[in-house]
Design a protein around this ligand. Structure first.
Ligand code: NAD
Length: 267
């Protein structure tokens, strides 16, 4: 079966990556392209600018666009995503939400909508990063105490927050596996006379520069050996690939709130 994909936020960076990814997948077709009311792309072929000609025209009417769609993939802004969520419930269309930055009320709305349609909601859709999380847990469980844990991340010069959400997620995964409280044991950077390393601490180091899409290394430094787990993202295609995998996985699912660990069978 060809999965008929609707994409919200087609003028954005992730929207473009999704159009490319859907166009390159023989098992999917671009069914609808949605963007904000003021979008300059309204009425145009969303892929034309990137040589991906289609019969689809960009619309700001999700209720109309979703009729007949098998799934909506949304990478926009929280306030926009919540509107698309309502439209998906009304149309009975499953939803993949990659948008980040929801407050608690927004997250509760997503959970409520998931009682009516299946939803995959994940702050990082990269298959490799989700695997890294699982490997981090496993490594911590096997290595236990006695290995010093450091998390090193690198991102492009425009990133405004540190450490990255993924680095913090790795820290949480490892801390949970070792029954430590990350809020108590995290050390964010070191300078001056720091004293010896607390063996219970989990250290974070941040690099910023150039156009690095996102590198994460989890280091377990023991006596006589080191284990390093590294993931390097080289383009946004990784997130689009993961979102498409989630969109396919949602076909035939019962309503519920899922994340990438469900999609990848990592639970
Ligand atoms: P972007 O700014 O390039 O694009 C945003 C898109 O949302 C645009 O198409 C814009 O027209 C649309 N939009 C903005 N406000 C809107 C509104 N009020 N109504 C309707 N549409 C609106 O951003 P991006 O880099 O493509 O990222 C989009 C989102 O995806 C962000 O929240 C980002 O953090 C998140 N993201 C998540 C992952 C993941 O793996 N889950 C990966 C990358 C980015």
């Amino acid at each position: 079966m060809t999965v008929q994909i609707a994409i919200a936020g087609v003028s954005g960076r992730m929207g473009r990556a999704l159009i490319e990814t859907v166009a390159a997948d023989a098992n999917c077709t671009l069914y609808a392209a949605i963007d904000r009311p003021a979008s300059p792309l309204l009425g145009s072929d969303p892929g034309a600018a990137w040589g991906r000609v289609s019969n689809v025209r960009v619309t700001d009417l999700p209720a109309v666009a979703l009729q007949g769609a098998h799934v909506l993939i949304d990478f926009t802004r929280p306030e926009a995503s919540l509107g698309y969520l309502d439209a998906c419930v009304a149309a009975g269309v499953p939803l993949v939400i990659g948008t980040t930055g929801f407050d608690e009320k927004g997250k509760a709305s997503i959970a409520a909508a998931a009682c009516h349609v299946p939803v995959v909601f994940a702050p990082n859709m990269s298959v490799g990063v989700n695997l890294l999380m699982k490997l981090a847990e496993l490594a911590a469980q096997v290595l236990e105490d006695g290995y010093d844990i450091e998390i090193i991340e690198a991102h492009h010069r425009h990133k405004v927050d540190a450490p990255s959400g993924t680095a913090l997620g790795l820290g949480q995964a490892v801390a949970r596996a070792l029954h430590r409280d990350l809020a108590q044991c995290a050390v964010y950077g070191r300078e001056g006379v720091t004293g010896e390393r607390d063996p219970q601490s989990i250290g974070f180091a941040t690099v910023r520069g150039g156009d690095i899409v996102g590198d994460h290394t989890l280091l377990f430094a023991g006596i006589g050996e080191r284990v390093e787990l590294t993931h390097k993202a080289s383009s946004r295609a990784t997130f689009a690939q993961g979102a498409l995998r989630a969109a396919k996985w949602l076909q035939g699912r019962t309503p519920g709130l899922y994340d990438m660990r469900d999609v990848l069978n990592l639970k």
